[in-house]
Design a protein around this ligand. Structure first.
Ligand code: PEP
Ligand code: MN
Length: 352
């Protein structure tokens, strides 16, 4: 893909490129105060949502065009570049009319090819960096499709933002990282910079630092992090925002390892293994929870724990399936027996 550097004048190419600012612009004071404290810590690119796509109605849906002159002030008085989410041609026009420096397309928008195409059409003939978040669903082709639509409009300064993928089970992450997806994106479009958004992946403050480190270890180019002058009072995404001072601490404690060419492939593969093991653990934990529900049902209905016929059936089917997938039947039997034993132990706990 033919691309140009996303670096704006005065922004160095050191990893990571950092974009920071509040989830939403709320008031002129909040915007200026946050931006001042970020600028004082060397942050060069300021993000702020002006139009907010909210999962449910009734939440704060963004301050709207009224907030755009505040961003202009940030640019003029603090010399920071500004970045705004656009979801419609109207957003594009207003952002451009107010000299916003960078546009990004949100996760709900990049999942919709009609919406992305309308934005692309509105960008025809414009030269501005556009960052494209992954769609909410883990569909790499849909993500690449959105990138291609923007590229086809003539935009050359493009980056991808990895913000995780929607999930029903929000136990640890707000949005599952599924790192293998951005890794595969990088394999397919090696010259496309990828920025990680730990705020929307983690959904909570304490996950920001480890997620930033993971992104750096995976060779991501940049980070986009939500930072608010008074996070607890934020009008949106309060749990995941950090003060500019905490952000500074997080960034300063990052270990940036330089990956040498010769081990890069191995490192990528190892990270894939880590990610797969993560998925295995999550699946096992889920299976255990379902098995516990079965235990409760059995207790309520006075059924015995071990249902021989069901167990035989599971063993036979799964071993056959495993062999078809190129795995050893004996190995699969060992794994299944161990899982079954542990399930029974959990159900026995419930029966007590
Ligand atoms: C945001 O960046 O504030 C936002 C709405 O993100 P996403 O599109 O990733 O949900
Ligand atoms: Mn947000």
């Amino acid at each position: 893909m033919e691309l140009e550097s996303i670096l704006l004048p005065g922004v160095d190419g050191k990893r990571p490129l950092v974009i920071a600012g509040p989830c939403s612009a709320e008031t002129e004071e909040q915007v200026m105060e946050t931006a001042r404290r970020l600028a004082a810590r060397g942050i060069k690119i300021f993000r702020a949502g002006i139009w907010k796509p909210r999962t449910k109605p009734g939440g704060f849906e963004g301050i709207g065009v009224k907030g755009l002159p505040w961003l202009k002030r940030v640019h003029k008085e603090l010399g920071m570049y500004t970045a705004v989410e656009v979801a419609t041609p109207y957003h594009v026009r207003e952002a451009l009319a107010h000299d916003v420096d960078i546009l990004w397309i949100g996760a709900r928008t990049s999942a919709n090819p009609f919406a992305v195409q309308e934005i692309a059409d509105a960008l025809e003939g414009v030269d501005i960096p556009v960052f494209i978040k992954n769609p909410v669903n883990p569909d790499l082709d849909l993500w690449i499709g959105a990138i291609e639509r923007i590229h086809n409009a003539g935009i050359r300064r493009i980056a991808a933002i990895h913000r995780g993928f929607s999930t029903y089970d929000k136990k640890i992450y707000r949005n599952l990282p599924q790192w293998h997806i951005p890794i595969e994106l990088h394999r397919q479009i090696p010259n496309l910079p990828i920025i990680c958004d730990p705020s929307h992946i983690g959904g909570k403050r304490e996950l920001i630092a480890p997620l930033c480190q993971q992104a750096m270890d995976l060779n991501f180019d940049g980070l986009i992090i939500e930072s608010h002058c008074n996070p607890d009072k934020a009008w949106s995404d309060a749990f995941q925002q950090v003060t500019p001072e905490v952000l500074d601490l997080i960034l300063n404690s990052l270990v940036i390892r330089d990956m040498t060419q010769s081990t890069e492939n191995l490192t990528d593969l190892r990270h894939q293994i880590d990610e797969l093991d993560n998925s295995l653990l999550e699946l096992l934990a889920r299976r255990m929870r379902v098995s516990e529900e079965i235990g409760t049902y059995k207790k309520e209905h006075n059924m015995s724990i071990l249902q021989e016929q069901r167990y035989d059936e599971i063993l036979r089917n799964r071993i056959g399936q495993a062999e078809q997938m190129g795995m050893d039947g004996e190995f699969m039997k060992t794994v299944l027996v161990a899982i079954h034993e542990e399930s029974i132990r959990h159900q026995q706990e419930i029966m007590k």
